[in-house]
Design a protein. Sequence first.
Length: 123
Amino acid sequence: MYEHLSECCVCVPGSRNLIEIVSRRIAELCVSVVDNGVEKTFMFIDGEAVVRAVDRGILMRVVATDVISYYGIRTALEGSILEMATVAPERFAWHPAGRTPFSVVERVGPSESAPRPTVNTNG
């Protein structure tokens, strides 16, 4: 099984379009791509990456059997996002992942269904 697991939430505008553009670049590097309509899974020889667009940006999960493959997959994703995004994300905050996909980053970042803060402009 995979020894190296982490997840990241990147805040970028136009995340759905960005994933389509990035997936074309990443597809050239991987063995296969699975698109279930909600997320894309990029299968590599020694790992995989799952990418999902949400209203606040992109959720990513990278798993690999060895540290070199792990950092290679992460670097390919980060580099493609940085190069193709219209507005560069502030940072890529990777967190150790658990067995349930995206459970860590959903706890770290605001939930899609979380109420948005309102600003009173009436003074």
